[in-house]
Design a protein around this ligand. Structure first.
Ligand code: SF4
Length: 214
């Protein structure tokens, strides 16, 4: 294999792809991408205010961004809510049906709530009635779930948009939203590992001696 450091070459390639496909983080609090509210609000807040790079290239993120950049499919929609601009991307529209692709490790048994929120918002913003989430599993299996536009679900989405916007404005960290997402989240330690406080004890107290008063 010669002297070439193939491991380094691969690492460089992955970093390059990762950089080129990384979703842009919006700086303006008045512009919210719907993907930020369909997932954990706390994570989206940290991404904007005190971001930590996510380690490793996740296939699902890469796939999502690549499909978004393809010339044939992705459609962007915008919605104005009070003074907030809400942006969303649908992966594809075929016969008036909005389609969202989601790569997964294994096919889910039912529509994942955050995907339902996302698809429903696509339907409202793009003024469509029917949508489909197509899950593509690592082993090649696929499963799809359909959804019809739902008013109540969209109201909940709007509520989340307003919450994220006001917490960003006020610089207040959103509460923990436990979900499957936590297991791959780069902010896990901020949410679940308590800060270690220095323990105040003396050698005397450890050995059972009474401490002398000063
Ligand atoms: S660990 Fe979970 S609750 Fe905390 S930011 Fe990440 S996804 Fe949200």
């Amino acid at each position: 294999m010669g002297d070439r450091n193939y491991r380094q070459i691969i690492t460089d390639v992955i970093e390059r792809i990762s950089h080129d496909t990384k979703p842009e983080i919006e700086k303006d609090n008045k512009i919210i991408h719907f993907s930020e509210v369909a997932r954990c609000l706390r994570r989206s807040y940290f991404d904007r205010v005190e971001p930590v790079e996510q380690k490793g290239l996740r296939f699902s993120d890469l796939f999502r961004e690549l499909i978004r950049k393809m010339p044939y499919g992705s459609i962007q929609g915008e919605f104005t809510l009070d003074n907030i601009k809400l942006k969303i991307f649908a992966d594809m529209i075929v016969d008036d049906v909005v389609i969202i692709f989601r790569p997964v490790a294994k096919p889910p048994e039912k529509l994942i709530p955050s995907d339902a929120l996302y698809l429903n918002a696509c339907l409202w913003i793009l003024k469509k009635t029917d949508g489909l989430v197509l899950y593509l599993a690592e082993n090649g299996d696929e499963i799809s779930f359909s959804l019809i536009r739902d008013n109540k679900m969209f109201e909940e989405s709007i509520r989340r948009v307003k919450i994220l916007n006001s917490l960003l404005e006020e610089k207040k960290i959103p509460v923990i939203e436990p979900s499957l997402e936590c297991s791959t989240c780069q902010y896990y330690e901020k949410c679940y590992l308590k800060e270690k406080k220095p323990v105040s004890f003396s050698i005397e107290s450890l050995l059972g001696f009474k401490e002398q008063e000063e």
